[in-house]
Write a new protein. Structure first.
Length: 317
């Protein structure tokens, strides 16, 4: 029940501006621990590797321990309070509406013919440099972000909440947030962020593949080309340095019949990346809308599976 309420609330409210969100608190914790560990440990390869491991331990303890304690306390007060708090937590862990709203800002700007506005909007949701992006590059970046975050922000949280409720969901969210902040291959985080990056790879290994399959299933129900989605998924799902990022991107590219990925600029450096998908047709703004429909379709399939898992677990408990 908490999962269903959480999904419906996210669909309705998303992440309202100005409201408290625990992920922002996680970000503050991560920055605090990073500064402390860098100050205490030697600035050597081994020192930074050790600091990264300790950061993971601290983030896991806090992101899992705090919600577990709050839910325990709520249950001691009254089971209904526990239900309400758990439902709110499930809502806060999901990011489907926020992802849709932010990506559709790119779509709206493109439809208005304002490329600069679209370039700014896409810069809010991607990690690459956006100043050089053409209209096609802006669309690709938005579609890739929706496809990749369909796993990170929607299906993976549902996967973990199916097995461990909000506590395991927040544990995953802590791992994912930490990776987004320190899991970079650059001079600053090459060693300090290695443990976080590896932990995130492990946490997303199964969910990213399930997400791609759900996206292909959503294409079937939406009347889109699910067969081509399956073909490109099998062929291109490893076309990324990350073992997980190309899974949903490959499925999405195949379903839409476009090419995603390719070379991109990061921090002033051109990074060579393989293409994902076939160039059957040029990308167009409508692909952003279609990617969001696939993301929502995958979410509903994920919710059905998650509820089934929770129901079976309760039946055999």
């Amino acid at each position: 029940m908490r999962l269903i309420i959480g999904v419906l609330t996210d669909r309705l409210l998303g992440d309202p501006q100005g409201w408290y969100h625990p992920v922002r608190t996680m970000g503050s914790w991560i920055r605090m621990w990073e500064k402390l560990l860098r100050r205490l440990l030697p600035k050597t390869k081994n020192g930074e590797l050790a600091g990264g491991v300790l950061l993971c331990v601290a983030v896991l303890a806090l992101s899992g321990g705090v919600p577990a304690f709050l839910l325990w306390l709520a249950y001691r007060i009254h089971p209904v309070l526990n239900m309400i708090l758990g439902s709110v937590m499930c809502w806060q862990i999901l990011a489907a509406k926020s992802l849709k709203d932010e990506s559709m800002k790119v779509y709206d700007a493109l439809e208005e013919g304002d490329t600069e506005k679209a370039r700014y909007a896409v810069s809010m949701i991607v990690g690459r440099d956006t100043k050089r992006l053409t209209r096609e590059g802006i669309i690709r970046a938005a579609v890739e972000t929706v496809a990749e975050n369909a796993s990170d922000g929607v299906i993976a949280p549902l996967f973990y909440m199916a097995f461990g409720g909000p506590v395991l969901g927040f544990l995953y969210k802590g791992i994912n947030t930490m990776d987004s902040m320190v899991g970079y291959h650059n001079e600053t985080y090459e060693y300090f962020g290695k443990a976080a990056a590896r932990l995130d790879d492990a946490a997303n290994f199964i969910p990213s593949r399930i997400s791609a399959v759900f996206m292909i299933g959503a294409a079937f129900f939406l009347g889109l080309d699910w067969k081509r989605g399956w073909k490109i998924f099998l062929r291109d799902r490893r076309n990324h340095k990350s073992p997980n990022s190309a899974q949903t991107e490959a499925a999405c590219a195949g379903i839409l019949g476009v090419r995603l990925a390719g070379d991109a600029w990061y921090f002033g450096t051109l990074v060579k990346k393989p293409w994902i998908g076939d160039d059957i047709r040029p990308v167009q703004a409508e692909d952003i809308r279609l990617a969001n429909r696939l993301m929502y379709g995958a979410e509903w399939l994920g919710l059905i599976l998650a509820v089934a898992v929770r129901t079976l677990a309760a039946a055999f408990a």
